[in-house]
Each structure stands twice: as structure tokens, then as C-alpha cells.
Ligand binder design. Structure first.
Ligand SMILES: *[C@@H]1O[C@H](CO)[C@@H](O)[C@H](O)[C@H]1NC(C)=O
Ligand SMILES: *[C@@H]1O[C@H](CO)[C@@H](O)[C@H](O)[C@H]1NC(C)=O
Ligand SMILES: *[C@@H]1O[C@H](CO)[C@@H](O)[C@H](O)[C@H]1NC(C)=O
Ligand SMILES: *[C@@H]1O[C@H](CO)[C@@H](O)[C@H](O)[C@H]1NC(C)=O
Length: 429
């Protein structure tokens, strides 16, 4: 019963989506400084991006304006901004904040008792965005009301005020200057148990043009269990809060809290989380791990491998690739005793199907320098992940395409297609 009902709902959804899906590209300027394989604007394929999210700028708590994090960026930044003359529809968005800088700067513009500061900051940011010819801003505040990352409790209310005032100022400025309105976006917590803690949900959703869901790293990287960092659905043996650390649960929670699905943008990591197995004979997702695996030879971070570094390991002796049918994602056992869960073309296909089935806004890739951008590692051409995202979200004969997908999918994944379409309606919090 549910099954047939849900299939027809899905078809209605697809036929009504007219605006087109967003496929956003996150650019981090610190990748320009990477020792090996530094990434620069010349390597961007703008054709694959509806938006470039440029990281990062930080708020100066004293002057209430923003400054770029890296020095000597002007030439590279100019190249990116100049691409708009060729790619007319491309939007370039300035990202304020990073995971690593925590609450830095945000505290000075999220005090509910000092809205004057928020107004000054909002006016400063408009000047800054217009000066450089950005199309909007993405607040990457990780996170309001998270004391151990430097944000006192009043920042939860303060963040709502910040977002409200910024949007008002953006509207006014657009009316006054006749320039198209600057976009306002926020990077939002992915963990279901964090959402109500950090946000006054209904007070911010309306003011934001897009909510970028940080739907990766939902579990701590220190956890002693292998996992796919961006699982679409839970493992069958996960219970309680553990069973909510997946994309479907995050999306369901935001929609339950009143977010318009059409503003939700799903985060896709172009990296995997890697582990050292406790017992190399136990390789399933959820198996015991000793801790993070050794860094990749280019990205140099414990427990992380870029997609192109993962490709280097596929097909080598001691490597074996698997597919987890619950998470709908791949993992690779490599060098006999390491494990990495990641995204590939098949898992992206599943996620784009989920986006379309639930009438979401689209996806963003974190970050484009981690994809096989030069095509030298994966034998899938340049930017395989990004290209798959765009291809799935912009395919021309959409309805026909979807019908084929559904037929294939329902044969292949009876469980998941059921889940996929009714999950949002029956899952309760
Ligand atoms: C899907 O989103 C579009 C665009 O916002 C909207 O017009 C349509 O009504 C939505 N469809 C459903 C079934 O929610
Ligand atoms: C920035 O560029 C200037 C001039 O090219 C150079 O002298 C300076 O060392 C550079 N600074 C950094 C941090 O790279
Ligand atoms: C893994 O399995 C092999 C073959 O069955 C066995 O020889 C080995 O002792 C096992 N290793 C561990 C750590 O259990
Ligand atoms: C990184 O490792 C891969 C796979 O082992 C190898 O092919 C590549 O040459 C290495 N790159 C560097 C810069 O060491």
C-alpha cells in the first residue's frame, strides 16, 4: 500500500520541479598552499558548478568587518570572480568562518543585547561583497550555543537575530540599488541531536536562501568503529541516537522542524574517513577499529583520504572494495588492515535520487580539490564526483529518466525505495 502510494508521490515531485537543482562547489583557498598537488583556480571546471563557495573569510571582532584568511590571495580570487564574465549564471559566494576557527568573530555579532553591532556588521558585509563582486555570503558558524567551541548560550538567539537583520539589509540594499539581492546561506549542523540545541529553527529558516546541511562527519572521528561518514540510511543494527547519524534522518529532522525542502542542500564529501582495523578479518561497516588510519600522501591528515587518494589504492594487492546495502555507500579495505568508507559514482547516484524524491534543493561537494579533478587517479575522467552530481541533477528528460531509475531501483533495492519516499512522512521525532 505504502509502496504504491510513495511511488506516485515521487513522480508528482519530479514533474513539479521546474527551477532546476543547485550543484554547489566548495573551494578552500588553503588547498592552494598544499605541498604536493596544490590546487589553484586554473583547475576549476566552472561548468560543473551552479555556485562556487569560496572559503574563507573571518569576522574581525574589533572592526566588525571581514578579512580573508590567507594572505596574497588577490590574484587567485580575481581569477575566480572574473569567471562570471564567461559563466553568466554562476554565483560566487563568500564563506565566513571554518570548522577549525570555531566561533571566532561570530560572538561579536550574535549578542542579542547588542543589535547595533549586528547592524554595523551587516552593512559592512554588504560593502565588502559588492566591492569584490560576490553574489552572497555563507555563514559557516560551527556552532551557535556550543560552549566547548566558544559560543555562550545567548548565541542561539543571537544567530537568529543576525540572520534576520542581514536578510533585511540585503533586501533594502537591493531595492535601493536595483542590484539583484545578495544571497544569504548558512552551513547547518548535520547531527539530529544538535539541531534543536543550536538553532531557533523557525526563526531562521525563512531568512535563509539555502541551508547547507553538513551531512558528513556525523560521528566523532575518534570513534572506534568503522563507518561510512556520509551514510544515506542507518545500518540495521544501529539503535537510538546512533540510528540517526545519517543523511535521511538529518533531512527528516529539518523538514519536521519546518524547513522548506526546496532550501535544503545536501553535503557530499569528496573524501573518506579511514580506520585501522582491530581485526583484519572483520571488515563490515560497524566493525571495531583501533583508530584513524595513516594520512594520505597528498592530503596529509590522519583518518582522511581524498577520493583521488582512495582511487590510488583500489585494485592494488591487499585491497578489496565492498558496497554496504543499508548505508548505500562503498567502502574499501586496503593494505590488508585499513578501511575507508567514502563516496563513489554509485553512492552519488543514490543520493541524487534521494534529493529528487524528496524535492530537495540539490547538493554541494566538500571540497572540489579532493575530487579526482585532473582525472589522473580514478580513470573516470576529470571531476568524476562533481560531474556525477551535475549529471544526475540536470538530466534533460527528467521524468522518463526517473521512471527508469525507479524501476531499476525498486528491483534492486526494494527496501530502500520504500524507505526513500515515505521516510520523511512516517519518521517521527
Ligand atoms: C517541489 O518544489 C517546487 C518548487 O519549490 C514546488 O513548486 C512544488 O510544489 C514542490 N512539490 C511538492 C510535492 O512538494
Ligand atoms: C606576499 O607577496 C609579497 C609580494 O609578492 C611577498 O613579499 C610576501 O612574502 C608574500 N607573503 C606571503 C605570506 O606569502
Ligand atoms: C584471520 O583469518 C585467518 C584465516 O582464517 C586466520 O589465520 C587468522 O588467524 C585470523 N586473524 C585474526 C586476527 O583473527
Ligand atoms: C601517492 O601514493 C600513490 C599510491 O601509492 C602513488 O602512486 C603516488 O605516486 C604517491 N604520490 C606521491 C606524491 O608520493
Amino acid at each position: 500500500m505504502h509502496y504504491f502510494f510513495s511511488i506516485s508521490m515521487v513522480l508528482v515531485y519530479f514533474s513539479q520541479k521546474v527551477q532546476g537543482y543547485v550543484h554547489m562547489c566548495w573551494y578552500v583557498n588553503w588547498a592552494e598552499k598544499r605541498h604536493l598537488k596544490p590546487f589553484s583556480p586554473d583547475l576549476i571546471d566552472y561548468d560543473l558548478c551552479s555556485h562556487i563557495l569560496y572559503s574563507a573569510a573571518l569576522i574581525d571582532p574589533n572592526t566588525l568587518t571581514v578579512g580573508f584568511m590567507q594572505q596574497n590571495i588577490s590574484e587567485n580570487l580575481e581569477k575566480i570572480l572574473n569567471s562570471k564574465s564567461k559563466y553568466k549564471k554562476l554565483k560566487i559566494i563568500l564563506v565566513i568562518g571554518t570548522y577549525d576557527t570555531k566561533s571566532y568573530g561570530f560572538n561579536s555579532v550574535t549578542n542579542p543585547k547588542n543589535t547595533k553591532q549586528i547592524e554595523i556588521f551587516s552593512e559592512n558585509i554588504i560593502k565588502f561583497l559588492r566591492k569584490f563582486n560576490f553574489d552572497g555570503v555563507l555563514l559557516d558558524y560551527e556552532f551557535p550555543n556550543m560552549l566547548n567551541r566558544g559560543s555562550p548560550p545567548h548565541t542561539k538567539q543571537g544567530f537568529s537575530i543576525l540572520v534576520k537583520i542581514m536578510k533585511e539589509k540585503f533586501k533594502q540594499e537591493s531595492l535601493k540599488t536595483k542590484n539583484s539581492e545578495l544571497l544569504l546561506m548558512a552551513a547547518m549542523a548535520g547531527r539530529v541531536d544538535w539541531i534543536d540545541k543550536f538553532y531557533e529553527n523557525e526563526k531562521i529558516f525563512n531568512h535563509l536562501d539555502y541551508l547547507l546541511l553538513l551531512t558528513f562527519d556525523l560521528k566523532s572521528s575518534r570513534e572506534k568503529k568503522t563507518r561510512i561518514t556520509s551514510a544515506l540510511f542507518p545500518l540495521t543494527n544501529e539503535e537510538g541516537i546512533q540510528s540517526t547519524f545519517n543523511i535521511a534522518s538529518t533531512v527528516a529532522k529539518y523538514i519536521t522542524n519546518g524547513a522548506n525542502p526546496n532550501k535544503l542542500v545536501i553535503g557530499i564529501p569528496a573524501y573518506g574517513r579511514s580506520f585501522e582495523l582491530e581485526n583484519p578479518n572483520r571488515t563490515k561497516a560497524g566493525s571495531p577499529a583501533l583508530g584513524p588510519a595513516m594520512p594520505g600522501n597528498i592530503t596529509q591528515e590522519d583518518g582522511v583520504l581524498s577520493y583521488f587518494e582512495i582511487c590510488d589504492k583500489i585494485g592494488k594487492s591487499g585491497s578489496k572494495k565492498f558496497w554496504n546495502q543499508n548505508n548505500l555507500g562503498p567502502f574499501l579495505v586496503y593494505d590488508k588492515k585499513y578501511w575507508v568508507g567514502y563516496e563513489d559514482l554509485d553512492s552519488i547516484y543514490e543520493k541524487m535520487l534521494f534529493i529528487k524524491a524528496n524535492n530537495l534543493s540539490g547538493a554541494f561537494l566538500w571540497s572540489i580539490d579532493l575530487d579526482d579533478y585532473d582525472g589522473k587517479h580514478c580513470s573516470q575522467g576529470s571531476y568524476p564526483l562533481l560531474r556525477a552530481i551535475k549529471a544526475e541533477l540536470t538530466s534533460q528528460d527528467q521524468l522518463k529518466h526517473i521512471e527508469t531509475q525507479l524501476n531499476t531501483a525498486s528491483k534492486k533495492y526494494h527496501f530502500s525505495i520504500y524507505y526513500l519516499s515515505v521516510f520523511l512522512f512516517i519518521n517521527s521525532f
